[in-house]
Design a protein around this ligand. Structure first.
Ligand code: 5CA
Ligand code: ZN
Length: 409
């Protein structure tokens, strides 16, 4: 699958700092030490509805990770999937009487447009679940041959006992796991499973649903977690730097994915850090496609809202916080964008080298974008009150805000 075009990342003087970030598995901050090519896998959308601000906030967090790494003069191998076949997508297609492939293609195209408008850097590999199926089948066969998977009425389940590290990503107790499993695509109540938490690896073909050749597994379609594992192992291999997504993916998705990969390879860990973004709410509830309480990026753009203002609204919240989208959040961002644009269009300003370091410091400290915005606000305020004679400063500020925060002034 093709991704979307990259916006240019302006070069900055000096070099950024190594990223310290919160890792769900250890429950604290870790300083990442990627090689010359940093490796990150970020879970992509299930394309049955347009990009909402919750998605945008999560992808914004991982775009910052990529920008911090680029600023340390590393390359970044960023992989993202598209869950272009799964229960909710098929259910939505049936509900609306449309072809599921057309629905997925249309919403993925809109997602690309939204990401481009928001200046999110694209992944190097953008891979759909459907195109990953030929790589998924042999992994499921291997798990079954190794005794880490079993068959139940034609479906194949992963046995969570096969991974001695199961539970070490989310650290939940069995009761919480069971509840979340039922809420998030699992089937803990199904009779005949060895452990109620065991997730499906391969679902035998169902009447009226699409299916693919599964070799010895028979025709069917892949489970959700193995999709991301197959893509990540194929493109990045074990022990990559960051597995990313919203906090609702910590369990079961990232827990199960880690266990699949660890059972397959006998190695640990799947990812060196598991990084999770907070949930964006609307009217007091998490924005979600299933609830329908959504603000779409494309709708805001259609209403004439500048994508740079949307991005500033996202950046004004710490990525790990749960927060609420409200009109004042956007109004503040629109006002800030105007102030910043006016400032960088002036012929001179206060020396900005220190500001660049402040932005770098804030982002390296667990992606503290709100502090980075406040640092820019301070430079703008000093320029307004005292002027400043450095003719190169407005250009430097503009380049730093673009390179590190993805906001074009
Ligand atoms: N396709 C799977 C991942 S493999 C999936 O979860 N798709 S999704 O479309 O439901 O979500 C895409 C990303 O947006 C996930 O990382 C999810 O955690 C995040 N996300 C969904 N809703 C919100 C929200 N309200 N706030 C913040 N992030 C959200
Ligand atoms: Zn995923």
């Amino acid at each position: 699958m093709h991704a979307w075009p990259a916006s240019e990342v302006p070069a900055l003087p000096g070099k950024g700092r190594d990223l310290r970030i919160h890792d769900t598995a250890t429950g604290g901050l870790v300083t990442l030490d990627p090689g010359p090519v940093a490796r990150i896998y970020v879970c992509g959308i299930t394309p049955y509805d347009a990009t909402h601000l919750g998605h945008a906030a999560t992808y914004n967090a991982f775009d910052l990770v990529q920008r911090v790494w680029l600023d340390t003069k590393r390359q970044v191998h960023y992989v993202q999937n598209v869950t272009d076949v799964d229960d909710p997508l098929l259910e939505r297609a049936v509900r609306d009487g449309q072809d599921w492939t057309e629905l997925a293609e249309r919403e993925t195209a809109l997602f690309r447009e939204d990401m481009t408008a928001l200046r999110m850097l694209p992944p190097r590999d953008y891979i759909g679940a459907v195109e990953a199926i030929p790589g998924i089948v042999p992994l499921v066969e291997r798990l079954r041959n190794a005794g880490a998977a079993y068959e139940l009425e034609g479906d194949v389940y992963f046995s969570v006992e096969a991974d001695p590290h199961f539970g070490e990503v989310s650290h939940l107790d069995a009761g919480a796991m069971r509840l979340l499993s039922a809420e998030r695509g699992g089937d803990p109540e199904r009779p005949g499973k060895k452990n109620p938490l065991d997730p499906m690896l391969w679902m035998a073909a169902r009447e009226g649903e699409p299916s693919w050749d599964g070799g010895a597994l028979g025709p069917g379609r892949p489970g959700w977690h193995i999709e991301c594992v197959a893509i990540a192992l194929d493109r990045l291999g074990m022990g990559f730097d960051v597995q990313g997504g919203g906090s609702d993916l910590a369990f079961p998705h990232h827990e199960m994915g880690a266990s699949h990969a660890q059972a397959l390879t006998g190695e640990h860990p799947f990812a060196k850090a598991y990084v999770h973004a907070g949930m964006v709410a609307l009217n007091g509830e998490k924005m979600s496609k299933s609830k329908g309480n959504l603000v779409f990026v494309s709708a805001l753009r259609r209403d004439g809202v500048n994508p740079a203002a949307i991005r500033l609204a996202l950046l004004s919240h710490h990525y790990r916080a749960d927060w609420e989208w409200t009109d004042p959040v956007l109004d503040t961002a629109v006002e800030r964008l105007g102030r910043w644009r006016a400032a960088v269009s002036r012929p001179d300003g206060p020396v900005a080298d220190g500001l660049v370091e402040e932005i770098r410091e804030a982002l390296a400290n667990d992606l503290d974008a709100p502090s980075a915005l406040l640092a820019v606000d301070r430079w703008v305020a000093i320029q307004q009150s005292d002027g400043g004679a450095d003719e190169s400063a407005p250009g430097l500020v503009s380049r730093a805000v673009d390179a590190l925060l993805g906001v074009a002034l």
